[in-house]
Design a protein around this ligand. Structure first.
Ligand SMILES: [Zn+2]
Ligand SMILES: [Zn+2]
Length: 338
C-alpha cells in the first residue's frame, strides 16, 4: 500500500502534495514525466517538468499549453506541503524523468516510460530504491527482448549497400526514436546527410540545440526520386501513404519494439523490421523491479497482468491500474491499431 499516491479519474495523484502525475485530463497542478503526447497533455493550470520536457511541450502544443510552468532540473529537490519531490533521468527520450516522491519513512517512484538500454540522446536511467514503484509494462511479456541496437542498424546499412539505387525509408516516432536512430547511425560510421519528414524537423532541431550531436540532417522538402540511395526518416504512419510514393522504389523499415512480432511486420508491409525500442523489455522490467527493492508495484499500462503475476511470484504486492490513455504516442504500431 502507498500512502503517497492514489489513483483518481484524472490519473495518479499525490494528495499530500496536491499534484497529479501525467494526468489524462486537465488538473490544477501537474508533474509531467516526458513530452510524449499520451503523458503531456495540454490544459493544466500549473506544470512542473524538466526544462527539455517543457520546451518540447511548447514546440508541439504551442506556448500556451499550461497556465504556468516551472522547470525542475534532475536531482533538484522541491518541497510541496512537506512532501519532497525530485526528478531523476528515465532514459526514455530527451528530458524524460522519473518522479520521486518522499515523506518521512516512505518513498514512491513513478517511472513514466523508461528504458535501461544505452541512448546517446538522453541521460541514462537512474535507479532509485523505493517502497512503491509505479511502472509501465508496454513490452511486459517474456517474448519481448530488445536486441542491441548496433545489430539492427547493421542490417539497415547492409540493405543500403545491397540496394544502392533505392531510397531507404525508416518509420520512427518523431520524438526520441528518430533522433536516437540518427545518433546511433553516426556511431556506426554513417556520415551522409539523413533526410527528415517535416513532422520530425522541429524536435530534431531542438535536440541539436541542446547539444545532441546528430551530424548532417536536411528536410525532405519537395525532393523525391532524387533521394535514390539515401536514408529518409518519417513517422510510421507516413510509410504507406501518398507522401511515401515520391521515392524511388523505397525499401520500407520500421524501428519499433513491436517488430519483434514477425506477423505484425508482415501485416504492415514492412520489408525491414528493426527491433528498436525506447521502452524496457521483459528482462529489464523484471530486473528494474527487483533492483528498486519495492514491496509494492503498480503497473500503469501495457501487459499489466503478466508483470503483476511475475511480481507476486517474487513476493511483491502488485496491482494493475488499467490506465486508459497511455501508450497512444505509440498508437501507430500498438495492437489496437492493427
Ligand atoms: Zn513515452
Ligand atoms: Zn507512454
Amino acid at each position: 500500500m502507498s500512502t503517497l499516491l492514489i489513483q483518481t479519474p484524472e490519473g495518479l495523484y499525490c494528495p499530500a502534495a496536491g499534484v497529479h502525475i501525467d494526468p489524462l485530463r486537465p488538473v490544477a497542478r501537474a508533474v509531467i514525466t516526458h513530452a510524449h503526447s499520451d503523458h503531456a497533455r495540454p490544459g493544466h493550470g500549473a506544470v512542473l517538468a524538466t526544462r527539455e520536457t517543457l520546451d518540447i511541450m511548447a514546440l508541439r502544443l504551442g506556448a500556451g499549453f499550461a497556465g504556468t510552468t516551472q522547470p525542475l532540473a534532475y536531482g533538484e529537490a522541491l518541497t510541496l506541503d512537506g512532501i519532497h519531490l525530485r526528478l531523476v533521468p528515465a532514459g526514455h527520450v530527451l528530458g524524460s524523468a522519473q518522479v520521486v516522491i518522499e515523506a518521512p519513512g516512505e518513498r514512491a517512484v513513478v517511472s513514466g516510460d523508461y528504458k535501461r538500454q544505452e541512448d546517446p540522446t538522453c541521460a541514462p536511467f537512474e535507479l532509485v530504491p523505493c517502497d512503491t514503484f509505479v511502472t509501465e509494462a508496454t513490452f511486459g511479456l517474456p517474448v519481448f527482448r530488445h536486441p542491441p541496437i548496433a545489430g539492427e542498424l547493421a542490417r539497415l546499412l547492409a540493405s543500403m549497400a545491397l540496394f544502392p539505387e533505392r531510397t531507404h525509408l525508416v518509420g520512427a516516432y518523431s520524438l526520441g526514436k528518430a533522433q536516437r536512430l540518427i545518433a546511433e547511425l553516426r556511431r556506426c560510421g554513417y556520415d551522409r546527410t539523413i533526410y527528415l519528414h517535416g513532422a520530425l524537423e522541429k524536435v530534431t532541431a531542438y535536440y541539436i540545440s541542446r547539444g545532441v550531436a546528430l551530424g548532417p540532417v536536411a528536410p525532405v522538402g519537395p525532393r523525391g526520386k532524387d533521394l535514390a540511395g539515401e536514408l529518409v526518416i518519417c513517422p510510421p504512419g507516413d510509410l504507406a501513404g501518398r507522401w511515401a510514393r515520391r521515392f524511388a522504389d523505397p525499401v520500407t523499415a520500421v524501428a519499433s519494439g513491436w517488430m519483434r512480432v514477425r506477423a505484425r511486420a508482415r501485416q504492415r508491409g514492412v520489408s525491414l523490421p528493426l527491433i528498436v525500442s525506447d521502452h524496457v523489455d521483459w528482462p529489464d522490467l523484471c530486473r528494474t523491479v527487483t533492483e528498486t527493492g519495492a514491496s509494492t508495484v503498480w503497473v500503469t499500462h501495457g501487459a499489466e497482468e503478466a508483470l503483476c503475476h511475475w511480481c507476486e511470484t517474487v513476493g511483491r504486492n502488485a496491482q494493475p491500474l488499467h490506465m486508459i490513455g497511455y501508450g497512444e504516442e505509440e498508437a501507430d504500431s500498438s495492437p489496437a491499431q492493427d
